[in-house]
Design a binder for this molecule. Structure first.
Ligand SMILES: Nc1nc2c(ncn2[C@@H]2O[C@H](COP(=O)(O)OP(=O)(O)OP(=O)(O)O)[C@@H](O)[C@H]2O)c(=O)[nH]1
Ligand SMILES: [Mg+2]
Length: 288
């Protein structure tokens, strides 16, 4: 039963950090299902993705954000602005650091930016599965010397280690207030957007160099069929004709494989009967 609004708490917690730190992996671990796409490549996430966790009387809205880096292109600027915007809107800011990389000069400048964000911050050292403990303690000390954090967590988003402790801490530190989403809500993204994101993930995994960074995926139609499967028509927009040829592959093999992989998502939500993916050359607003 949903508790009375005067007995509930609700908090927005932004997950910010350098590209590839594991923010999206952490969001998925917190929510318990895949809501944000993940690849081994930096700059996968292009705009904010909210993941909702409702435990007892508390609702936690985690905001996955694009990695923060020195922007070069217009899209880069939009991505970085979106990340800082996420931090500015939140009740709590989780700063995710790839412990394998440690305190790099890029991270130092990110910390300087973070100092301007007024909300309480927590430090989340991720990828502890790949780092020796003494090294972790050194990084933690060095970062805590630079900026005040309310708490430090050492986690492996990939394995789930430390994620429950982080969640418990957040539950205890969010303000009282009414919930923003229904109890069973997991994300603010529609299935049309999530399915386009999944295809973009497969594009990132299969196509190399700059092509996926310049590509956008759009769901043109999303229909539930009589047998319960989905029919999803999508278009991949690329900026150059040469890119179109590469994304299509010889005889359309590459795009066919991308479509097949998208339909194999573990949750099975996007398994469509036909679900063709088209490739067009043209420009599109690149939000995601
Ligand atoms: N070993 C290890 N790898 C991890 C862990 N968490 C994430 N990764 C890997 O790090 C890579 C980047 O993960 P993402 O979750 O996409 O990182 P991100 O911070 O969202 O990256 P952007 O969206 O590009 O900013 C992927 O290959 C993940 O599998 C972890 O705890 N341990
Ligand atoms: Mg991401």
């Amino acid at each position: 039963m949903t508790p009375e609004p005067d007995q509930t708490s609700c908090g927005f917690i932004a997950l910010v950090g350098a590209p590839n730190a594991g923010k999206s992996t952490l969001l998925n671990a917190l929510v318990g299902t895949k809501v944000s796409i993940v690849t081994h490549k930096a700059q996968t996430t292009r705009s904010q993705v909210r993941g909702v966790v409702t435990v007892d009387n508390a609702q936690l809205v985690f905001i996955d954000t694009p990695g923060i880096f020195a922007p070069k292109r217009r899209l880069d600027r939009a991505m970085v602005d979106s990340a800082w915007g996420g931090a500015g809107d939140a009740d709590l800011v989780g700063f995710i650091v790839d412990a394998e990389r440690g305190l790099t000069p890029d991270l130092e400048s990110l910390l300087e930016g973070l100092a301007n964000v007024r909300h309480p911050k927590i430090l989340i050292l991720n990828k502890v599965d790949a780092v020796k403990r003494e090294h972790l303690l050194k990084i933690s000390e060095a970062i805590n010397e630079k900026l005040r954090f309310e708490a430090t967590f050492m986690i492996s988003a990939l394995r789930g280690d430390g994620v429950a402790d982080l969640m418990d801490w957040c539950v205890k530190h969010i303000p009282p207030g009414p919930w923003h989403f229904p109890e069973d809500h997991l994300t603010d993204l529609t299935m049309a957007i999530t399915s386009a994101e999944v295809t973009r993930e497969k594009l990132f995994l299969r196509i190399h160099d700059e092509i996926p960074y310049n590509a956008t995926v759009e769901t043109e139609s999303f229909k539930i069929q009589k047998d319960g499967s989905y029919r999803i028509d999508q278009v991949v927009y690329v900026t150059r004709n040469t890119h179109k040829k590469i994304v299509l592959g010889a005889g359309g093999q590459t795009i066919k494989a991308i479509g097949a992989e998208s339909r194999k998502e573990p949750d099975g939500d996007f398994r469509g009967a036909g679900s063709p993916v088209l490739v067009r050359q043209g420009t599109r607003k690149m939000g995601r």
